[in-house]
Design a protein around this ligand. Structure first.
Ligand SMILES: CSC[C@H]1O[C@H](OP(=O)(O)O)[C@H](O)[C@@H]1O
Ligand SMILES: Nc1ncnc2[nH]cnc12
Length: 291
């Protein structure tokens, strides 16, 4: 079994990860273009931790402009086996009040202006997204949330919208009628790409607002979101530090096959593969392409 390496993608309001030992910002090249930033690599209790601010330090990239493929590729190149995404989200349920942490287990992808796969012409692959998060990683996040006495709920469906504008009232009602729990702009295609990269993935959705549907809360207000983010920053940091302390040091096989997703996924015959694309896939799919 491989050694675990914990990846953390920090969302809005999370641009650094205090508490890492021997930490340094490291630039990692990717054939998929520029990632959002350098990665911050360090250690917590001997565990290698790789942090990447999704929007870049200073919040440079809007959700549609993030190079999700480069981000996942550099995390894979750094050896990440388990990836926790921390994201600011709107609530689509009365009982999920701002400040609550939702351990998401399903996604509905309504984004339409992003590159969503590492594969394509010359190397076609189809991975399963039926169970997009890795239950053992969620177990670890849940134990950490409980130990840190955070208000959390395990399970929930994340609606990924294109943005950057927030939803209209009609859209917010539509997503509620679909049974969605939280809404955000970034976890797709991130979760799909993590699956293609055979990285175990999970999302911690930090509820910052009631989106636009709630009669008592009015429109989404970015100032109010920033205040909730600020007030919850230390909770998020404690949660992440605890996850790092408790994650098993040997990577355990994923019960939903996240870490073997490519085993039978590639359809293109070896002799029909595009050598240029195959070369770009060295980190993502080297395990199966090397034969
Ligand atoms: C700060 S409000 C909108 C912004 O916050 C979320 O980003 P992230 O998932 O990276 O925390 C949301 O998806 C939007 O990008
Ligand atoms: N209401 C909302 N919609 C989309 N993304 C968000 N991020 C935080 N709140 C959000």
């Amino acid at each position: 079994m491989a050694k675990s390496v914990l990846g953390l993608v920090g969302g809005s309001g999370i641009y650094d990860l205090p508490g890492l030992e021997n930490a340094e910002w490291v630039g990692v090249d990717s054939p998929w273009g520029d990632p959002s930033d350098k990665v911050r690599i360090g250690y917590i209790d001997g565990l290698k931790v790789v942090f990447l601010p999704r929007h870049g330090r200073g919040h440079i990239y809007a959700p549609s402009d993030i190079n999700y493929r480069a981000n996942i590729d550099v995390l894979k190149r750094c050896g990440v086996t388990d990836l926790v995404s921390v994201s600011a989200c709107g609530s689509l349920k009365e009982e999920l009040a701002p400040g609550t942490f939702v351990l998401v287990d399903q996604f509905i992808d309504r984004t339409f202006a992003r590159a969503k796969s590492f594969f394509g012409q010359g190397c076609v692959a189809h991975v399963s997204m039926a169970y997009p998060v890795s239950p053992k990683l969620v177990d670890c996040v849940e134990m950490a949330a409980r130990a840190e006495d955070l208000s959390y709920r395990r399970g929930g469906t994340y609606l990924a919208m294109e943005g950057p504008q927030f939803s209209s009232l009609a859209e917010s009602h539509l997503y509620r009628s679909w049974g969605c729990d939280v809404i955000g702009m970034t976890n797709m295609p991130e979760a799909k790409l993590a699956r293609e990269a055979e990285i175990c993935y999970t999302t911690v959705a930090m509820i910052t607002d009631y989106d636009s549907w709630h009669p008592d809360h009015g429109e989404v207000d970015i100032q109010a979101i920033l205040k909730v983010l600020h007030d919850n920053a230390s909770n998020a940091q404690r949660l992440v530090a605890r996850i790092a302390r408790d994650l098993p040091r040997e990577h355990e096989a994923c019960p939903v096959g996240s870490d073997t997703a490519l085993e039978f996924a590639i359809m293109t015959a070896p002799e029909a593969r595009d050598p240029e694309l195959v070369s770009k896939l060295d980190a993502i799919a080297g395990r199966v392409l090397k034969g």
